[in-house]
Design a protein around this ligand. Structure first.
Ligand code: CA
Length: 231
């Protein structure tokens, strides 16, 4: 992984210090802030590749910072990982809806955190920029977007249009969690009126047809779904 610029906004000194240490050790250029407003100012000044963002912050809360970053056209390639407590599941959903690229729940190990950071950096571009690929390979799963064909270990799986879109979106971003609301708005086509609003129904349909155990699409309780990235 080549060196990247990372801003950490976190008000707990111990966590800030640990993150700072490990990311620097990984070769990244790291800037830190322990206050929300100062953190956002730092992000605007440094234009980092990635922001590690605590949600509960003095000055300005993490969701507001995330919203500001993702709304700013100059920062459209800035990746955001939210640092959250387990009790903040509704905030995770909100944050992903605001465009956060991933989240890590506290308490986390430095190893887990740096793995997530490197995975998000590797994915590099925000999801919407890599969605339109002709062929997507995730383990045994192959999606041919041109022929509109899905195979699992060589066996063809017949999906509805919506199921195909949902699966393609998840498979374009393995390991990344999407809320139901995100999946719904990102996979809605021109035929929005006929689409069942219940994403769970589509996921169930996809899993049933793929016949893979454990399912390639994982349920993240209270948050949404993700494509397994360990296959
Ligand atoms: Ca905090």
């Amino acid at each position: 992984m080549s060196n990247k610029k990372v801003v950490i906004i976190e008000d707990e000194p111990d966590i800030l210090e640990v993150l700072n240490y490990h990311l620097k050790r990984d070769g990244h250029e790291v800037f830190t802030a322990s206050d929300g407003a100062m953190g956002l100012a730092l992000v605007k000044r440094e234009m980092p590749d990635l922001v590690l963002l605590d949600l509960m912050l003095p000055g300005m809360d993490g969701l507001e910072i995330c919203r500001t970053i993702k709304k700013d056209p100059q920062m459209q390639n800035t990746l955001v990982i939210m640092l959250t407590a387990k009790s903040e599941e509704s905030d995770i959903v909100l944050g992903l809806g605001l465009g956060a690229d991933d989240y890590v729940a506290k308490p986390f190990s430095p190893k887990e955190l740096t793995a997530r950071v490197n995975a998000v950096l590797r994915r590099g571009m925000p999801a919407k920029m890599i969605e339109k690929r002709e062929r997507i390979d995730v383990g045994a799963l192959v999606i041919d977007s041109v022929k509109h064909k899905v195979t699992v270990a060589g066996r063809e799986v017949k999906l509805t249009t919506t199921e195909f879109r949902v699966l393609s979106h998840l498979a374009s971003n393995p390991g990344r969690v999407f809320s139901r609301e995100q999946l719904l708005c990102r996979t809605r086509g021109d035929d929005a009126a006929v689409i069942d609003r219940n994403i769970d129904v589509h996921i169930r349909g996809i899993r049933k047809k793929m016949e893979v155990e454990p399912p390639l699409i994982e349920t993240i309780r209270g948050v949404g779904y993700r494509m397994a990235d360990h296959i």
